[in-house]
Design a protein around this ligand. Structure first.
Ligand code: HEC
Length: 147
């Protein structure tokens, strides 16, 4: 009986986490993808850097989410800390709170508070999606995409 209940609970929690991951991705598409690409190849990122070095305008409005996820994990490594930081940052961003590379902050400016248009559940779902969607540490990300 106990195992039966445990199996049901496990199935329910898996179903729930599946849904909220999907939900997080939908929110990303709707509210974040106008500025943040989901991923970029090392070649694409290198091209952006080259354009900027030559004094050109960057062809993107923000770092890709693959980079954002790895970077935030460097400062907020546990899932709990990461979710808390992202939920707050997207609603109340500031230069002081930002952990992105100073160079990127200068280039793109501080993110607008787009999270204010989302409910608490939506902010939670998109933050969880951002945590689980990518697995690279910052060091691994940098190795693949030399900065
Ligand atoms: C209008 C453009 C824009 C939109 C839309 C946008 N962002 Fe951003 N975001 C930025 C820029 C620019 C930065 C880099 C500067 C900074 O850290 O504020 C950034 C940085 C971030 C960071 C890193 C913060 C840090 O400390 O480095 C997170 C996390 C983030 N965005 C999440 C999101 C999420 C989640 C959404 C959708 C709900 C979103 N962003 C929508 C422009 C945007």
């Amino acid at each position: 009986m106990i195992t039966y209940t445990a199996v049901i609970l496990l199935a329910l929690s898996l179903a729930f986490s599946g849904n909220s991951f999907e939900e997080g991705y939908k929110i990303f598409k709707r509210s974040c993808s106008t500025c943040h690409r989901e991923t970029m190849t090392p070649e694409e990122l290198a091209k952006v850097r080259e354009t900027v070095m030559k004094g050109g305008k960057p062809p993107i409005k923000a770092p890709p989410m693959s980079e954002v996820s790895a970077r935030v994990k460097k400062f907020y490594p546990t899932e709990e800390e990461f979710i808390k930081f992202v939920k707050d940052y997207i609603a109340n961003p500031s230069k002081e709170k930002s952990v992105c590379l100073p160079r990127a902050l200068k280039l793109f400016g501080v993110m607008p508070p787009v999270g204010r248009t989302l409910t608490d559940e939506e902010r939670e779902a998109v933050a969880r999606w951002l945590f689980h969607r990518f697995s690279d540490t910052w060091e691994e990300f940098i190795k693949k995409h030399p900065h």
